[in-house]
Ligand binder design. Sequence first.
Ligand SMILES: [Zn+2]
Ligand SMILES: [Zn+2]
Length: 86
Amino acid sequence: MVNTTGASSKSESDARAEEEGEEEEEEESDVDSDIEDMECIVCNSKEHAKSMLLCDGCDDGVHMSCLDPPLHGVPEGDWYCAGVIY
Ligand SMILES: [Zn+2]
Ligand SMILES: [Zn+2]
């Protein structure tokens, strides 16, 4: 008896939830720093801005705790999000 097991290699693409937004609505605010208004690309929250990292490649913001794996501290030098690394 020959047992033939079909190779199940499925590769899922992680980059499928890309939002295309060329038109951005300008909101009037008195906040000077843009970082305070940065949205986390993972949880879409603007909370905990101080624990948010800014991607040096695409200027996206993401919480250190929202990263996979999460970071326990701000990395030295430049930091790039997963979208830029790929
Ligand atoms: Zn987050
Ligand atoms: Zn990026």
